[in-house]
Design a protein around this ligand. Structure first.
Ligand SMILES: CSC[C@H]1O[C@H](OP(=O)(O)O)[C@H](O)[C@@H]1O
Length: 364
């Protein structure tokens, strides 16, 4: 997407094909900095430290991480070790495993001398596919917003949680892609942006994205969504997904489930936008089967912000003696999801709906 007139993807290879570049998302919204990744270790650290985050972007970064590993040592043992190290960085987003498995299979079927080049080529194909997938999600989700605008005959108020914008993918995003498409088509809309504690991906990243695109938005605390829905201030919700089961259960940033409950209680449509790479066909019951990442409690006990002097500072927001738990995700059962918005169309959050859009993948 555009930042001050210049087009960016979230990850790219420099001209000499030697270094992978990413946007350092831990610095946003106060500083825009990029970071070069020259080794598999650097790629793994970028994922675990959330320099890059978002299920699709984590997958593509993992793919480039394998390519960097292949350039260091293209032996099967080394590649399998790199695959394991990258997979261990973050357990919830299925895109990471999906991308790593795809690239590793490609590499092991290539002669050892061609593996590094093949890995970079495959990672590049993954990146291009993700950008195209997300733009298609935008087109399919745009129709839902267009219908909501026609029905309402006025400004459409949309609530989103966390960041499922272009910063969470290679380009366009998933939940925010339909918003971009609708705004560019001239639909009058406004976005309620959940701050999304503890790392504030909404306040720091989604607000940054919408501001750059000049889309009307308001940052709210995570607990305000239900109140706004009770008062008719939310026409629809749209969020992303890190892993979706074949039954349509959705795993997304912590707090998504509570938003879905509030939407269900107030008859507000609750959409989940996701590419096929976020589907885990092996799983059925998301609550029972999806691994939920637990991160350091320090992410709850401390917050990062800008001082009056314009310095980025980290401050403690809890007593030193108070422990904190930091669950990264929760699971929304399919019954609370109005529909899934994918690159192949919109379907019910059900095995039948997903099989109709992904018949081949469902049969594997
Ligand atoms: C398009 S996937 C976006 C998804 O990823 C986020 O998690 P994190 O920032 O921890 O990687 C969040 O669940 C978003 O909905």
């Amino acid at each position: 997407m555009e930042i001050e007139g210049r087009h960016y993807r979230t990850i790219w290879l420099d001209e000499d094909g030697a270094t992978v570049h990413v946007i350092d998302q831990t610095k946003l919204p106060f500083r825009f900095e990029t970071r070069g990744l020259a080794s598999v270790e650097a790629a793994a650290r970028a994922i675990s430290d959330m320099v890059v985050r978002g299920a699709p972007l984590i997958g593509v970064t993992g793919a480039y991480g394998l390519a960097l590993a292949a350039r260091q040592d293209a032996s099967e043992a080394a590649l399998r070790s790199a695959h394991a190290a990258l997979l261990a960085t973050r357990p919830t987003a299925i895109n990471l495993k999906w991308a790593l498995d795809r690239v590793l299979a490609k590499l092991l079927s290539a002669p050892i001398g061609e593996r590094a080049a093949e890995a970079f080529a495959e990672a590049g194909r993954l990146a291009d596919e993700d950008a195209a997938c997300c733009e298609a999600i935008g087109e399919n989700g745009f129709k839902l917003i267009e219908e909501a605008a026609r029905r309402k005959g006025g400004r459409v108020n949309i609530l989103t949680h966390c960041n499922a914008g272009w910063l969470a993918t290679v380009d366009w995003g998933t939940a925010i892609a339909p918003i971009y498409k609708a705004a560019r088509a001239g639909i009058d809309l406004h976005v309620w942006v959940d701050e999304t504690r503890p790392r504030n991906q909404g306040a720091s990243l989604t607000a940054f994205e919408l501001g750059a695109e000049r889309i009307a938005h308001t940052v709210i605390v995570d607990n305000a969504g239900g109140h706004l829905m009770q008062h008719g201030e939310v026409d629809l919700c749209i969020v992303g997904s890190d892993r979706t089961t074949r039954q349509g259960d959705v795993c997304n940033k912590i707090g998504t489930y509570l938003k879905a409950l509030a939407a269900h209680a107030n008859d507000v449509p609750f959409y989940v936008a996701l590419p096929g790479s976020t589907l885990d066909w092996r799983l059925s019951d998301g609550v029972a089967e999806i691994p939920i990442e637990e991160r350091s409690g320090d992410e709850v006990s401390f917050m990062q912000g800008l001082t009056d002097a314009g310095e980025v500072a980290r401050v403690r927001v809890t007593p030193q003696s108070s422990p904190a738990k930091n669950f990264g995700f929760d699971v929304t059962p399919a019954r609370y999801v109005t529909a899934l918005v994918t690159e192949r169309g919109v379907c019910a959050a059900s095995e039948k709906g997903l099989r109709e859009l992904f018949p081949h993948e469902a049969s594997l």
